[in-house]
Write a protein of this length. Structure first.
Length: 94
């Protein structure tokens, strides 16, 4: 019985730690990489809206959970096959 409780406690602790990793830290509490240069599609803010990253270009993959696959550049929209907010799509012209 003690082993069951111990295993359950370990599984819960690992699950909690994994969940915490999906949160954004407050902007300014960590250092961003220098803004990228030569981004053909322009630049956008990252997933946490803190750091500047290259935007995705025409026909590149975008979206996904928390926009982890990237955000589209100016004049482009992330077109998804489904209405799920976690769906990935492709950057298409507006």
């Amino acid at each position: 019985m003690v082993k069951v409780w111990l295993v359950t406690l370990v599984v819960l602790a690992v699950s909690l730690r994994a969940t915490i990793g999906l949160r954004c830290r407050e902007c300014g509490t960590y250092e961003c990489r220098p803004p990228p240069r030569n981004c053909p599609a322009g630049t956008v803010k990252d997933v946490c809206n803190c750091c500047i990253v290259c935007a995705k270009g025409l026909n590149e993959e975008c979206g996904g959970p928390w926009d982890l696959a990237g955000k589209c550049g100016n004049g482009l929209t992330c077109v998804k096959r489904t209405t799920s907010p976690n769906a990935r799509g492709r950057c298409r012209r507006n």
